[in-house]
Design a protein around this ligand. Structure first.
Ligand SMILES: Nc1ncnc2c1ncn2[C@@H]1O[C@H](COP(=O)(O)OP(=O)(O)OP(=O)(O)O)[C@@H](O)[C@H]1O
Length: 215
């Protein structure tokens, strides 16, 4: 099977500091991987580099076999959803936040009907009444699940999660795990807790900008 994501000896240097040193790994389509390691070891940098947010000092990143560069980075952004600890919803109400990307030509054909919005919320154990709520009053854990809902509505297939379930209660976390049971979805999740480690086929560990595969 061809790798969907491949890092080949990737190094990233910012202001003379090595953030990543010769990081190599592959992810197959549908693979679920956890990225763990101490604070400051470079986990978020791996995700950001994959999204083209850091210039490579050495090495290469390949998405579906194509090298990522300033011309091709849109291809991974088209398929990948990055969800951080405090996602920005970017609209007044939750409904408008979920529908925001569908205003743009690239996604207009995917614009979901109200019933689909409700279905996705239900999958993530979020109440339908949330749709008319003001984003300003939404909790951190709800925002993370709404960002995930938006990824699902956009039919994204690669999910880069940065400590997304750390703020969630057991039931909400279970809902997230159920979403990622889908064999079509590829996952790279920065996480530390035992639940994630138990559920993941692949575990990478970062130490001072270096990555090793421990499972
Ligand atoms: N743009 C930048 N400029 C300079 N240093 C940076 C930059 N981005 C990250 N760093 C540094 O690189 C190191 C790795 O950061 P990163 O955010 O990837 O760590 P992390 O493993 O995700 O940490 P945490 O678990 O605390 O979120 C840290 O020392 C951080 O301060």
């Amino acid at each position: 099977m061809a790798a969907i994501i491949r890092f080949d000896a990737v190094s990233v240097t910012v202001q003379d500091k090595n953030l990543l040193s010769e990081v190599s790994f592959t992810l197959q389509a549908g693979e679920k991987a956890v990225l763990c390691g101490a604070s400051g070891s470079g986990k978020s940098t791996v995700l950001k580099t994959l999204l083209g947010m850091h210039r490579l000092a050495a090495g290469g990143i390949y998405f579906n076999g194509r090298p990522l560069n300033s011309k091709t980075v849109q291809s991974i952004r088209r398929y990948a959803a990055y969800i951080g600890q405090e996602p920005i919803l970017g609209a007044d109400t939750v409904r408008n936040a979920l529908l925001l990307p569908f205003q743009f030509k690239a996604h207009r054909h995917l614009r979901p009907p109200e019933s689909r919005l409700k279905d996705v919320l239900q999958r993530l154990r979020l109440p339908a009444e949330l749709l008319s709520r003001d984003c300003a009053g939404i909790s951190g854990g709800e925002k993370q699940r709404l960002a995930l809902a938006r990824g699902l509505l956009l039919e994204k297939t690669v999910y880069l999660l940065d400590e997304v379930t750390s703020a969630l209660d057991a039931e909400s976390k279970q809902a997230v795990f159920e979403v990622f049971a889908d064999p079509q979805l590829t996952l790279l999740a920065v996480a530390h807790d035992a639940d994630w480690l138990e559920r993941s086929q692949t575990v990478f560990e970062m130490h001072a900008g270096r990555l090793t595969r421990t499972r």
